[in-house]
Ligand binder design. Sequence first.
Ligand code: N01
Length: 534
Amino acid sequence: MVSATRLDALVIGAGFSGLYQLHCLRDRLGLTVKVLEAAPELGGTWYWNRYPGARCDSESHSYCYFFSRELLEEWEWSERYPGPPEILRYLNHVADRFDLRRDIRFGTRVVAARYDEAANRWSVETESGERYLATYLVAAVGCLSAASIPDIPGLEDFAGRWVHTGEWPREGVDFRGKRVGQIGTGSTGIQAAPVIAQSAAHLTVFQRTAQYSVPARNQPLSEAFRRYVRSHHEEIREVCRSTPNGHPFRIAERKVSDVTAAEREAIYEAAWEKGGLQFRATFRDLVLDKAANDTAAEFIKAKIREIVRDPETARALADIDHPYAAKRPPIDTDYFETFNRDNVALVDLRADPVERITPSGIRTRSREHPLDIIVFATGFDAMTGPLLRLGIRGRGGLALAEAWRAGPSTYLGLQVPGFPNLFTVTGPGSPSVLTNMPIAIEQHVEWITGCIGYMRRNGVACCEAEPAAAAGWDEQVNEAANKTVLALARHSWYFGANIPGKPRVFMPYAGGLARYRAICDDVAARGYAGFVMA
Ligand code: N01
């Protein structure tokens, strides 16, 4: 029997969440803590997603921790949107600065986590057979870390190479002289295609659902902007914390109907020129009212038709079946322009579905597409996937997969009834993927730290969400989604629709991060109402 390492807290994952959680539990509460990380290095999503064109859609000056003034003052970003190398440099800087590395075990994948009721502690096993015993277990595994490779017949026979964007080889992929097929046109595919097209001999983009996209307009940060950031950390933090999506810009007060058609078009035009997710903030009813949304949708579709020269390709790209931002809105650098290149073709899978992968390419109903490399930009088993693959069992040996058979049920996205002292950072039911993630992560990590601190000060051994509180919260998550156009895209991954057999439940909380923060603070102020503190 391998001897077990005993700890106060075990954190799974060394991305933005896990690093800050380690710092808070170890350096603020004085607990013994270890972080287990499957990858050989820290960085979480940014370790794995190194595909060509990968870049954060949040603006760099807000895509960071705000908890330490010194950290804010000593770090400067170079571009409007940071890419993986710069984000990894930042996270490594954070790890060094707070001496985090000594408590992280890399290359250590968790395969089982069981709650031992008699001992009131978690027993965690790793792939290599190590065992850890911890009073508190924090899953900081991210929302988009379980890559999804669609079950298309014939993949095992493909004679070329295939890769998933979310598990990109560290040494990169050489596309020069190759015929590349890319499946998927979500945020990732829209970033990857223009860059792959620059080096590949030929790129075929296989599109199942057409998507809106607005130019990112990435650029190096000017000295004037850097100066602004240096002298406005507090203000930027407050804007991020007070807006629904945690971004460093406010949503306009006006509604679409408050302006004339000409004014509206001018506002969209200016937002298009400015670029980025701010397009969504042009009117306050864009994600609340379908008719208002239609005006933005039509504006972007017209832009696509204007940019793309081949009429049939333009038609397929602009044939979008859901409201703008009802699926996560991508931003891009020359995505639609890429289809004007001679070496790029679009296959509309709605008209010409994939039949199978063959040894030499992809066969759609109408023809064979010869390929050397297939890039799966096919997304993730989002939000629940990363948690379910940890092999978590709670009270009475109940598997998390069983508890969530009808879809995830949580209290505030922080805890699941029947799984005491297990906390999930940005779990299903929290605003998470609808926000600028580091802002949501800081809020969750600080709330979890506050809760564990309260437990220790008050001699509470066990914290567990009440089933009624979780059921009530699930209802609120549903209601919040139903007030927005997000509920109209039932084929989005927010509903789990991209994974065959996954229950169709809207997973993130769409009521806004600021409101959510107030709810969590209120719960804590009321002695952790809705949690059994035993
Ligand atoms: O994944 P997706 P993603 N046959 O699920 C298609 C975040 N992110 O990796 O829409 C054919 O959005 C699928 O088609 P459909 C961001 O939150 C952040 O692009 O299901 N096609 C879709 O086109 C984002 O939302 C950043 O019909 C198939 C695509 O694959 C999230 O990650 C950058 C298929 C998957 O799109 C996920 O984005 C990138 C099949 N069998 C991503 N299966 C930054 O901020 C799936 N598809 C940096």
